[in-house]
Each structure stands twice: as C-alpha cells, then as structure tokens.
Design a protein around this ligand. Structure first.
Ligand SMILES: [Zn+2]
Length: 418
C-alpha cells in the first residue's frame, strides 16, 4: 500500500500499552500496524500519545477578546450579560471576524480540530456575528471543522422579534439551535420554542441551562420530557448545569439516570463556572462545577469545554482543552488513573459523541486528524498538561510546537545521561 505519510511508534489513548505505526493516504488513516513498510515520508513519534484532535463543544468566538471594552467589578452573571449586551452594540462583521479568528487560531495551536461555537442573535445584532463566523468557518476549514449554534443570550420570548432572527440565522446556514431559558420569565416556554425550531430545521439542540445553585427548580427535567416527546434524544446537550454541583451524590445519581434515559448530554464549563458562581458567598465559596465524570457512570454522555475567552464571563483563556480538563480534574478531586483517562475522553471522544460526529477516531478510514502529545498515556496527559507537539488535519501538518529544551552551559553534565 502507498502512503503519503507514516507516523512511527504512536500510542493511542485507551490502548497505550503498545505502539503502532499510522499510515496516511489521501488525507485519511489508511493502516494501523506496527512496522509498516518503508517508502513514504515519516515522522518518528518515539512512543508518544496521539489523540484524534481535541473538540470544543461549547465556546463563544463572537464575544471573545473584549475585556478591554468592558468595565466589570462584581464578576456576576448579570453583570457579564449586561456588559456584553452593551459591547455588542459596537460589533461589526469585521470586528467579530478579527477577534474570533484570533481565538480560533489559539485553539488550533492547542490541537483543537472540531468546534461548536455558540453565536448570539437578537433583533439588535441581527446576523452580523453569524455572517462573520460563516466566513471564518470557510476560511479555516483547512485546520478545523466549525459548527455554529445560534442562541438568544438576551432572551427569546421576552425579546420580541428575536425568533425571526433565529429563523433567519438557521436559513443562512447555522448548524445547531441553542437556548438560554433562564433569560425568559417563562423558561419552559423558551424550551418549547427551541425544540420547535430544532424540529422545523432538523438540527441538534444545545442549551445554556440550570445556572446557579438552587436545586428546587431544574429546567433539565423539562428538556428531558421534551426530548422524549419529540424523539430528539441523542441530539440534545445542556451546558453549565452548575445546580448539579449543589446536589447530594444520591440525588445527582437519580437525576443522571433520568438524563441518560432521555439521551441528553451535559457539558461542564469549569473556567466560567468557577469564576461566576457563588459571588454572593462570604467564605466557603462553592465550586459550582457539575461533576460530569460521576454522571458518566450513570450513563450520561458528557463533555468539558472552554466556553468564554477573555471577556466578562471569563477573563482567562489560552483555548487549551488539556488545561480545561486538568482544571476540571483538580476541582472535581479526580485522582484514579481511570478517571484521569475519562477526563481526556471528555475533551475528545465523548465530545465527538455529543456532536454526533461519525468520522472521529484513530481508525482506518477516518480523516487523519491527529494530535501528538508530549506524553505516553492518557492519565499523564491530564496530570502533567502534556502539550501538543504536532497537529495533522486530514493528513497535512497544520501546527508544529517543538517541546521546550534545556540549553545547558558547556561542560555541564546532563544528569539523565550521567
Ligand atoms: Zn456558553
């Protein structure tokens, strides 16, 4: 068999006890076996771990990198929404494109190769951000597969005319419909409208849901009910769900079984949730991060994502999903190697399942989307924040990040060699 490229001695996450060569032909993985015959250009990986690209299921490119335009003091959700709503009045298509491309390039350099970006639409911003991100999707297709999820961050039912803009965005090519039911007085009313739009356009759903710590009211139950009623199970995700962090283990297990049965996936957004939750506490500030690795044990598909980058919702961001998974593992007190491995899956294969991707994974026939990490197995990738050294999109190298090397003074012995 003729290959365009052979990656030698790779370890695949989940099967890192042995190495394999990966033969790539015409942008696809053509063969996986030790000692593939010579005859094509090669990269020696030296037993390093490969993953099929990181996946961001929940990020906001359109409102990234606007910290300098906002004066925020309290760090609350209400303040962030108001500050971004005000800043949004100044957004133009070129401005959104420029900031979004900066954030997207950061993500690509961190080995992210598939992404669902949420995009705000309302009667004021109209399709400005949608148009910018549709351009971005085309211009960066060589490095990343981008999908757009349009949603009403400032409310749907309580913002007359917003649904018309949502419809126009879906007609213009948005891939997914999202919601933020906590922004309307009638949260169940918004959830019903979002399911109706999903059915009309035959698209998946991704809600911002159950933010806060009050477990007395959970919108996720209504989402599960409608997923059952419409047959949309497997096509619905909910993000934040910080209320789950305030539940007892027994109550959360019971709820997780209900969520799993409805085919609703859950996304934790550790950086934002740690930043925004519990601002009214004086001491013993709750963590507010949904314990998604425990929900997986009850059959719920889950992911971890970045959400916001350098804006009033989250004034941090290097777009590294390895860092986000490590942050989650710290906060969720993860220690067993199997749970560390799961944390890696939450930013790779479980994210692929949430996005219903059919061509993801290091398997013959799939696109040769491959990230080489500077480690030998999944648990070390999370524990040591292993950095990507090489990134291949459909077989072409898109990023090279050589590992840092020590430049010892002349005559200084290398302790490892001594
Ligand atoms: Zn979000």
């Amino acid at each position: 068999m003729d290959f365009d490229l052979i990656l030698r001695e790779a370890r695949i996450a989940g099967a890192a006890d042995r190495t394999t060569d990966i033969g790539i032909s015409k942008g696809r993985i053509a063969a996986l076996a030790p000692d593939l015959p010579k005859g094509a250009p090669e990269q020696k990986l030296g037993g390093r771990l490969v993953v099929p690209g990181f996946i961001e299921t929940h990020i906001h490119l359109d409102k990234s990198c606007i910290l300098g335009r906002c004066q925020c003091e309290k760090g609350t959700l209400d303040e962030a929404i108001a500050a971004v709503a005000a800043a949004k009045r100044g957004f133009t298509e070129d401005d959104v494109y420029e900031r979004a491309s900066r954030t997207l390039e950061k993500a690509i350099k961190q080995g992210t190769m598939r992404m669902r970006t949420h995009v705000e639409v309302d009667p004021r911003i109209g399709l400005t951000s949608v148009k910018a991100l549709l351009r971005l999707k085309k211009d960066y297709a060589w490095a990343i597969d981008l999908q757009l999820c349009v949603f009403p961050q400032e409310g749907l039912l309580d913002d007359p005319g917003c649904e018309d803009v949502m419809i126009a965005a879906l007609e213009a090519g948005a891939d997914v419909v999202g919601g933020a039911p906590y922004m309307d007085k009638d949260s169940h009313g918004q959830i019903a409208r979002i399911f109706a739009l999903a059915q009309r356009f035959n698209v998946d759903i991704d809600f911002h849901l159950d933010f806060g710590l009050d477990t007395a009211h959970l919108d996720v139950l209504e989402v599960c009910r409608l997923a059952d009623e419409t047959g949309w199970g497997g096509r619905v995700a909910v993000g934040h769900v910080t209320k789950f962090s305030a539940m007892s283990a027994a109550d959360l297990d019971a709820l997780a079984k209900r969520i799993a049965a409805a085919g609703v996936a859950c996304t934790a957004l550790p950086s934002t949730d740690l930043f925004l939750i519990g601002r009214d506490y004086d001491g013993n500030v709750p963590r507010g991060v949904a314990p998604v690795h425990r929900m997986v044990a009850q059959g719920v598909n889950c992911s971890i994502s970045t959400n916001n980058v350098l804006n009033p919702f989250t004034p941090f961001g290097d777009c590294s999903l390895i860092r986000m998974a490590n942050l989650y593992a710290n906060v969720a007190q993860v220690s067993r190697p199997a749970d560390m491995e799961l944390c890696l899956a939450l930013v790779t294969e479980r994210s692929a399942k949430l996005l219903n991707l059919r061509d993801y994974g290091i398997v013959a026939g799939n696109p040769a989307d491959i990230v080489v990490l500077d480690c030998a197995d999944g648990p070390s990738a999370i524990a040591e924040l292993a950095q990507p050294l090489m990134v291949f999109k459909r077989g072409a190298m898109t990023v090279s990040r050589p590992a840092a090397s020590l430049l010892r003074p002349a005559g200084q012995a290398d302790s490892a060699a001594a």
